[in-house]
Design a protein around this ligand. Structure first.
Ligand code: ADP
Length: 182
């Protein structure tokens, strides 16, 4: 059974939730860069201080910073994993390919969650996280379109994209995901 996944999709598509379900189901490390960054902010670390204002604007924190976080986690982990929220641009995707080559742990499936912008906006507005006000959300969607969406073509070329419709309740979407990965 496969145990190296990457989750891709716009903010609000439910990546975090679905990643958690699949990771629990298969006993994988769930590595969410957004969650790790929020934990750094909470803990008041230097890294958190650097990330905080960038996140509050809905921009991306520096590639070097997130890459360092991901690298450290993957190096110290033995077993399967699921990446959620990383990579978010082509530079990160290329750095990840290199890291995974070093580790001899290729990605097996890229789960792409797709959802209408209107529904995304509604979901995000009802969530109420610090960076979930309308202006910041619009910026995050724009950053996604400009910087993250090109990754779909990148991973499609590698034959790794498994597209899933993200509308419906958590269980319905989880069922669709498990039917496209094996
Ligand atoms: P969402 O998917 O709802 O946008 P995340 O928790 O994935 O939420 O990310 C929240 C914020 O954390 C992003 O808007 C960004 O500022 C920062 N972030 C998370 N992952 C990355 C990454 N890989 N590269 C740069 N910034 C990131």
């Amino acid at each position: 059974m496969s145990d190296r996944f990457l989750f891709l999709g716009p903010p609000g598509a439910g990546k975090g939730t679905q990643a958690q379900v699949l990771a629990a189901d298969r006993g994988l490390l769930h590595l969410s860069t957004g969650e790790l960054l929020r934990a750094e902010v909470q803990a008041g670390t230097e890294l958190g201080a650097e990330a905080q204002s960038v996140m509050a604007r809905g921009e991306l924190v520096s590639d070097a910073l997130v890459l360092a976080i991901v690298r450290a986690r993957l190096l110290s982990h033995d077993g399967g994993w699921l990446l959620d929220g990383f990579p978010r641009n082509l530079a990160q995707a290329e750095a990840l390919s290199q890291l995974l080559q070093e580790l001899n742990q290729p990605i097996e499936h890229v789960v792409l969650l797709q959802l209408d912008d209107g529904i995304l906006l509604q979901r995000l507005l009802s969530r109420g996280r610090d960076d979930d006000n309308e202006a910041v959300i619009r910026n995050r969607l724009e950053v996604y379109r400009e910087q993250t969406e090109p990754l779909i073509a990148f991973y499609r070329q590698l034959g790794l994209i498994r597209e899933v419709e993200a509308e419906g309740d958590v269980q319905a979407v989880a069922g669709r995901i498990s039917s496209v990965v094996s």
